[in-house]
Design a protein around this ligand. Structure first.
Ligand code: MCA
Ligand code: AMP
Length: 499
């Protein structure tokens, strides 16, 4: 039976005896991985998961979660991973919106998610950080052979939520072909091969750790040093016996901040790749001075997978995200008219190609706003091409903060703050941060004759929003600076922030 993405990524590895996932406790071969995935696919189908159903996963990073991803594809279902930091309120939205037929969560979240699952009749299984739980125990009983469910290139493979300027998260619908074509482009661009050894310390609920890293690794059959989180000691131990690392800029600033990191540690490495947030030119340069390696920066989005990359062979330009990947078209347009602009001019970055998603889940109007009829996706990022065809991102039209590689839309935080007693209005903005790139600051204006109680703000935020979205400092202002149109001038707040 043909299943587009499973056939591209997983089926070729069925007989592989070499190691795929190397964890703290074991080495899992490709063959063992595909057998375990097949057992999990039986569990899903036996519990009623049908082709096209969503399998929602909020579980700690572990090898079994990658097996579940493969199992979901093999069963013809749609993988929907969620950030482990999300609160009950956030989860309630995702469960309601995506209507999954299966939820897999940490044992500690089982009762909460079971309550949410009831409304939609979803089944619930557990998966803990050591791989144990009801999912794995049910899988053990199953056959290691599973008749792969047929899926076409245009069928959905994954639903990844990305927050938006309106405050409501949108589910980006990614097809089998979106993911396979992008993995292939990355394999070609970065000359990935089964001889590579990848240091994997990213979370696997986002595009970067899941698709950029794992789809590409599966496609070529490379070994992955699979770590639960970014732990500098483990990274320093792994680099001398690895060839490849993918990280957000915070990974690189943390490595540079450690005196143990230098040329010797990086000697065996072939390539360091950065993405998800801007890599400062000074980080790029300091890294080269320390190691003689030039970090390769690339640019992507949840909706489009990866769009551009600095070249593997050729100049890697600090402050630039490189050139369009094979098969991907990138243009810069006038934000008000949509007309393409000549090189050198700053405008809206638009992307078209087999990598571009199918639209937002159950949000046809949003899809129509951001995806042009001619197939170009309007990124919300502002950029310019130079005379050599290198793209630079110079700003964002969307009001977005990127902290440690996580995207946070101020509107979502402002909505929570504005509901707290005594708050008339608020404005949330990002300021530079040495570790996370940007950190979140909230400015609030009190109602007349009221004062703002910071602990009430913190309590409201703790209830509603994941910790990484919480402001790290609060300001109380008499009023918010506004322009003639009444729009809050966040640049003024940012420039006058002192702290
Ligand atoms: C953790 N905390 C954060 C973040 N991470 N706060 C703001 N921003 C963050 N990114 C908070 C915790 O809640 C905690 O708060 C404190 O910081 C320390 O937490 P800890 O878990 O120890 O942090 P860490 O392990 O040091 O994690 C930092 C990290 C991690 C390694 C930068 O956030 C990370 O792996 N980020 C990668 C995100 C990613 O994969 N993005 C790709 C998205 P407290 O102690 O105060 O309670 S995909 C994408 O963007 C596109 C498509 C693309 O192009 O790739
Ligand atoms: P996400 O919401 O996780 O899909 O994040 C996508 C956004 O991350 C893009 O629209 C950019 O604003 C940003 N981004 C990703 N890679 C880079 C990069 N290399 N430099 C600057 N911004 C980036």
């Amino acid at each position: 039976m043909s299943n587009h993405l499973y056939d591209a990524l997983i089926a070729p590895n069925t007989e592989g005896t070499s190691c795929f996932l190397e964890t703290d406790k074991e080495e899992i071969s490709f063959a063992a991985f595909t057998s375990s995935a097949a057992q999990m696919a039986h569990v899903l189908v036996d519990m009623g998961v049908k082709p096209g159903d969503r399998v929602l996963v909020q579980a700690p990073k572990c090898a079994e979660m990658v097996m579940l991803y493969a199992a979901t594809l093999q069963a013809g279902a749609v993988f929907l991973p969620l950030n482990t930091a999300y609160t009950r309120d956030e989860l309630a939205y995702f469960v309601g919106d995506a209507a999954p037929s299966m939820i897999v969560c940490a044992p500690s979240a089982e009762s909460e998610l079971s309550a949410l699952a009831k409304a939609g009749n979803a089944s619930v299984l557990t998966l803990d950080k050591d791989g144990s739980g009801t999912l794995s125990s049910a899988a053990k009983e199953k056959s290691k052979h599973f008749e792969t469910v047929a899926r076409d290139a245009e069928d959905l493979a994954a639903l990844l939520y990305t927050s938006g300027t309106t405050g409501r998260s949108k589910g980006a619908m990614l097809s089998h072909a979106n993911l396979s074509s992008n993995a292939q482009s990355l394999v070609t661009a970065w000359e990935l091969s089964r001889d590579d050894v990848l240091v994997h310390a990213l979370p696997i609920f986002h595009t970067h750790g899941l698709f950029v890293a794992l789809n590409a690794a599966l496609m070529v059959g490379m070994r992955v040093k699979f770590m639960n989180a970014f732990d500098i000691d483990k990274i320093l131990a792994a680099l001398p016996v690895s060839t490849l690392m993918m990280g957000v800029p915070t990974f690189y600033t943390r490595l540079l901040a450690d005196d143990r990191f230098g040329r010797e540690v990086a000697n065996n490495m072939r390539l360091f790749i950065s993405g998800s947030a801007p890599l400062l030119a000074e980080t790029h340069e300091a890294f080269t001075a320390r190691t003689e390696h030039q970090i390769l920066e690339r640019y992507g989005m949840t909706e489009t997978n990866m769009n551009t990359s600095n070249p593997y062979r050729g100049a890697r330009v600090a402050g630039s995200v490189g050139m369009p990947l094979e098969g991907v078209e990138v243009r810069v347009t006038d934000p008000s008219t949509g007309a393409p602009l000549p090189d050198g001019e700053i405008g809206m970055i638009e992307v078209r190609g087999p990598n571009v998603f199918k639209g937002y889940w159950k949000m046809p109007e949003k899809t129509a706003e951001e995806l042009r009829e001619n197939g170009f996706f309007i990124s919300g990022d502002l950029g310019q091409f130079d005379e050599n065809g290198y793209l630079s991102i110079v700003g964002r039209q969307k009001d977005l903060i990127i902290t440690g590689g996580y995207n946070v839309y101020p509107k979502e935080i402002e909505d929570v703050l504005n509901d707290v007693d005594g708050v008339r209005e608020s404005a949330v903005f990002g300021v530079p941060d040495a570790d996370f790139g940007e950190k979140i600051i909230a400015a609030c204006v009190a109602e007349t004759n009221s004062t703002i109680d910071q602990s009430a703000l913190e309590t409201a935020l703790a209830e509603k929003l994941a910790r990484f979205k919480h402001p790290r400092a609060f300001q109380t202002l008499e009023s918010l600076p506004r322009n003639a149109m009444g729009k809050v001038q966040k640049n003024i707040l940012r420039d006058s922030f002192d702290g």
